[in-house]
Design a protein around this ligand. Structure first.
Ligand SMILES: N[C@H](CCC[C@H](N)C(=O)O)C(=O)O
Length: 284
């Protein structure tokens, strides 16, 4: 019987099982299987997936994220805040500002500390990618996708496509409580026009500095929050003239609020909570 130590953490209810790979050894070929197992609320620990906190050649730490279906994602905003909290509190880094490597590039983290505990983290998520080639989705690769009419399951919707290193399809609704998260979400996620699949976000604009937000995640389904998705929602809202560039927008997710600014220099800043739930040993 093999085992590894883990820490369960969440960002606004988007929880993952975190494994410190500076100390643990997991076989590469088993990572997808382990992600599915630990995520299972009945036979595992229960989470939206698995996140590995790894050594890196280009930064103090590297984050890898696996969804609850075992697929590997390329970025994770809520995960980045929790990784930043973990590595600061465990002395893997000493500074309050440091880089984190992800599969979609380097990001900068800044931790806010009280009594040696990190209670809030700001991540500079870098620049959104807006072309079809970068999202990715089919069509002319340099075209952008802003409020584009698209038919799904015989109905017409208007989609804005944004990549934050991982793909997002953003749709606007009049009332967030009526968003077709569990009906349209899975259809869009697997639509053949998105060769790598896609995360699906629904946004209700409250005013030019406030959004309501719900998400169907690629590989995990409905989650309480999605940091990269919230960043994509703010970028899409600026592109659609609903919120302002360079001004902080509060995004109300099911699990809580994120504060996001798409700066004039192109970078997207995301600030929010990161919390430790428990630690333990997982046997498999
Ligand atoms: N929950 C994550 C996003 C996971 C993205 C993953 N579902 C994928 O891109 O496959 C976040 O806070 O950004």
């Amino acid at each position: 019987m093999r085992s590894f130590s883990f820490t369960k953490m969440h960002g606004l209810g988007n929880s993952y099982i975190y494994v410190n790979m500076f100390k643990e050894r997991l076989a590469e070929e088993e990572l997808s299987y382990i992600a599915k197992r630990v995520a299972n609320v009945h036979t595992g620990i229960g989470s939206d997936g698995l996140i590995l906190i790894c050594p890196s050649d280009v930064a103090p730490v590297k984050m890898r994220i696996f969804n609850s279906d075992g697929s590997e994602g390329k970025n994770c905003g809520n995960g980045l805040r929790c990784v930043a909290k973990y590595v600061y509190e465990h002395g893997i880094v000493q500074e309050k500002q440091f880089m984190i490597e992800t599969l979609s590039g380097l990001v900068q983290a800044r931790v806010f500390v009280e009594d040696r505990k990190v209670n809030s983290v700001e991540i500079n998520m870098g620049k959104p990618r807006l072309s079809r080639g970068e999202i990715p989705m089919v069509g002319k690769e340099n075209d952008v996708v802003i409020n584009e009419r698209m038919d799904f399951a015989g109905h017409t919707y208007y989609m804005t496509g944004v990549s934050m290193g991982n793909p997002h399809a953003v749709f606007y609704v009049d009332r967030i409580e009526e968003a077709p998260v569990t009906t349209l979400g899975p259809i869009v996620e697997k639509d053949e026009r998105f060769p790598e699949g896609i995360n699906v976000e629904f946004v209700e604009v409250v005013n030019e500095r406030e959004l309501h937000f719900r998400v169907w995640e690629r590989g995990s389904g409905v989650t309480e929050a999605c940091g990269t998705g919230a960043c994509a929602a703010v970028v899409a809202s600026v592109l659609n003239g609903k919120t302002k560039r360079n001004e902080e927008t509060v995004v109300h997710l099911a699990g809580g609020d994120l504060y996001i600014t798409w700066k004039e220099n192109g970078d997207v800043l995301m600030r929010g909570a990161a919390e430790t739930i428990c630690t333990g040993v997982y046997y498999y």
